[in-house]
Design a protein around this ligand. Structure first.
Ligand SMILES: NC(=O)c1ccc[n+]([C@@H]2O[C@H](COP(=O)([O-])OP(=O)(O)OC[C@H]3O[C@@H](n4cnc5c(N)ncnc54)[C@H](OP(=O)(O)O)[C@@H]3O)[C@@H](O)[C@H]2O)c1
Length: 660
């Protein structure tokens, strides 16, 4: 045997633990490392891989911090390569399950070649004909959990998922069934839920990186634990809730807010609606991928050199006269005194010319949004935005004028919208996330409302998640707010019958007389929400645009019609509670085949141009009405923000620092 080849091994190394937004410079690409392209034959169980595709996933930001508690993944080690999901080819193997030439997907290091000593995450790729290998870092590499998995349905679901290349874990009620799942049905893992005192801990053990697909057969406590462990964009197919069928009162589900945080789709179905599809299912899915008939969009960068920027690109954000400083993490309802307005900071109103890529902003309008409450809490698992930093200014969406710029895309005098700080002037070090305002023929503040996040949320939520049909009966909660007022008007323009709920008589009048809702009611005056819904929806609801959560959601569920859609946009009634209220009526998802899907607008900004094309004419032709509630001056910003949670605002809450 000739000398084994030793080659340079390009790697992406984490320099040090990251605080705040990550930057490409937090990682360094080096070729200092060398690797021998043959394994020592004396050591069993090793794999040498050539890495082909790497997946950039948001959870990797958690691994870059020095996190000790509260995370479900371990931190990366500074000085060593980062790791994540990837597709690789086996170059050499002393492991009985893998041989030279095999294609595998699983956890690999961000480097050209990896010596893999822990092969537990690796899965052999079976389908390669016309299936892009990179799909295995996404659509085909899903982590699937099936409850009641040895049952007639569960055993088949697990095997379908395995055939598709998923990693499948099942839960069952005995040791014998656990053995069946692993040895007969080919599940990757299985556990006896009756022996687990802490279901959440058990799921974390089997899914350290979370669950993509949950096939729900049991409901109750298991569903709550699963919600906690779902990954972003997860899907829950509600097939049954057997644990609840014999209870006088079903158990409450407390983690439904995670539908939003994690953009989860949860849908009930009954098989007799779909019998025409059943025989075709197995034959259908793999050929569809092979023939390229299933669309799967990738954002692919070439080479390890570009990997740090690609990963950092998953996140946006950051940045300083007068400022609104966040004092400390908040529990319960936020108060004005949780923020302090100071004039202690100074800022030079000219940028150093030798420092490229900076933009200096004079902030004009700031947006108050309910999601900012989440940022006032201590960092918690599963959140999609960073917490505010105690002692630093609050940040959020704003409209601003560029005072100075060393970034080629922006020049002095430009007007922008995007993420900025609650202060008079802000130095933006990552201006790529700012949007240059093209349309100055509408009030500038519109760019943080009807033409900004609130407008996009209403547009995406209604058109992409409600599947509207002419004549549909639509219910919108928090209907006079920034999002709700627009959703209701979109639905009216579509030909739907629309009812809204809001928290005062003034708001109810606005809904009916200004926004054109067919009906509206003050939920605070209704002793029995269920009865109120029956009054306004004697024939049920086709579409519920969910903004509030809690009791309203629980009462809406039994009032939904067959095949109803619930777009879960927000749950503001729950944001300030230590423990969320339980939802007891989820079984109606199943009985009425309801699709309930959480979404977060930031995932849908590729639709922004189409949204602008729709929205601008509607505003210009006065086909849509939009109400703002504007306070003047940074001094009044804290009160405006906390007012969202008591319903003080009437319409979109805006803070004007300087009028244009
Ligand atoms: N998924 C996303 O990407 C996304 C994006 C933007 C907003 N959202 C969500 O959408 C919802 C509406 O946001 P928005 O910007 O339009 O806010 P907003 O409605 O302008 O302001 C919040 C309104 O919520 C109502 N509210 C507050 N506490 C409540 C409670 N306990 N029960 C019922 N209603 C309550 C109040 O009106 P009343 O007087 O009617 O009570 C308040 O005026 C929020 O849940 C928000 O988190 C989600």
């Amino acid at each position: 045997m000739g000398e084994a080849v030793v080659v340079r091994n390009k790697q992406v190394i984490l320099k040090d633990y990251v605080n705040g937004y990550m930057k490409p410079s937090d990682m360094v690409v080096t070729s200092d490392n060398t690797i021998r392209l043959e394994l020592p034959k004396v050591e069993d169980g090793l794999i040498l891989s050539k890495n082909l595709y790497l997946s950039c996933d948001p959870y990797m930001r958690n691994r870059m911090g020095n996190v000790v508690v509260g995370t479900y993944v371990t931190s990366f080690t500074p000085g060593l390569p980062i790791c994540g999901y990837g597709v690789a080819r086996v170059l050499d193997s002393t492991h009985p399950d893998f041989k030279k030439g095999d294609l595998v997907w699983g956890v690999v290091n961000w480097e050209e070649y990896s010596l893999i000593t822990d092969t537990t995450s690796l899965i052999k790729i079976q389908y390669i004909d016309n299936v892009p290998l990179s799909y295995y870092t996404g659509i085909l590499g899903d982590f699937v959990f099936v409850s009641a998995a040895s049952g007639a349905v569960g055993q088949l679901v697990g095997q379908f998922a395995k055939l598709l290349g998923c990693y499948v874990v099942g839960s069952v009620g005995s040791k014998e069934k656990v053995d069946l799942l692993k040895n007969k049905f080919g599940f990757n893992e299985a556990f006896n839920y009756k022996e687990e005192r802490d279901l959440d801990a058990a799921l974390k053990r089997y899914f350290p990186n979370g669950i993509d697909i949950y096939f729900e057969n049991v409901g109750g406590e298991m569903l709550d634990a699963v919600l906690n462990n779902m990954r972003i964009h997860g899907r829950i197919a509600v097939c049954g809730m057997i644990s609840q069928y014999n209870l006088d009162r079903v158990e409450g589900i407390y983690n439904l807010h995670l539908l939003i945080l994690k953009r989860i789709r949860m849908q009930g179905f009954l098989v007799f609606d779909h019998y025409h599809l059943y025989p075709k299912f197995l034959d259908m899915i793999v050929p569809l991928i092979q023939e390229g008939k299933i669309a799967y969009i990738e954002d692919m960068v070439e080479g390890l050199e570009n990997a740090p920027a690609a990963l950092a690109g998953l996140y946006t954000g950051k940045n300083v006269g007068k400022q609104v400083i966040f004092k400390d993490y908040v529990n319960g309802y936020p108060k004005e005194s949780d923020m302090i307005v100071t004039s202690d900071a100074t800022i030079c109103l000219e940028l150093p010319k030798d420092d490229g890529g900076l933009v200096l902003l004079k902030n004009l309008y700031l947006s108050c949004d309910p999601y900012m409450r989440g940022r006032m809490s201590k960092p918690f698992e599963g959140t999609y935005v960073d917490s505010f930093v105690p002692g630093s200014p609050i940040s959020g969406y704003g409209v601003a004028e560029v005072l100075d710029s060393t970034h080629p895309d922006f020049k002095k005098g430009d007007l922008i919208s995007g993420s900025t700080n609650w202060e008079e002037y802000s130095l933006i070090t990552n201006p790529e996330s700012l949007i240059k305002i093209q349309h100055t023929d509408v009030p500038l503040s519109y760019h943080i409302g009807i033409l900004g996040m609130a407008g996009m949320t209403a547009y995406v939520g209604f058109y992409e998640f409600c599947s509207p049909k002419k004549g549909d009966i639509v219910f919108v909660s928090a209907a006079s707010g920034a999002v709700g007022q627009l959703v209701g008007q979109f639905a009216k323009l579509y030909g739907c019958y629309v009812v809204g709920s809001a928290g005062s008589k003034e708001k109810v009048d606005l809904l009916k007389n200004k926004f054109g809702f067919d009906e509206a009611f003050n939920y605070k005056e209704e002793q029995n929400l269920g009865a109120a819904l029956k009054r306004y929806f004697p024939n049920g609801i086709d579409i519920y645009f969910e903004n509030v959560g809690g009791k309203m959601l629980d009462e809406v569920l039994p009032n939904m019609r067959l095949q109803g859609r619930i777009a879960v946009c927000g749950m503001i009634s729950q944001y300030n509670l230590d423990r969320h209220e339980g939802i007891y009526n989820l079984v109606f998802l199943l009985m009425k085949r309801i699709r309930m899907q959480g979404f977060i607008v930031i995932d849908h900004y590729h639709l922004y141009p189409r949204f602008m094309e729709t929205m601008l004419p509607l505003i210009q032709e006065r086909k849509i009405t939009y109400i703002e509630d504007t306070v003047e001056g940074l001094e009044n910003a804290p009160a405006a923000l906390v007012g969202l949670f008591t319903g003080k605002n009437v319409g979109k809450q805006v803070v004007a620092i300087v009028h244009e």
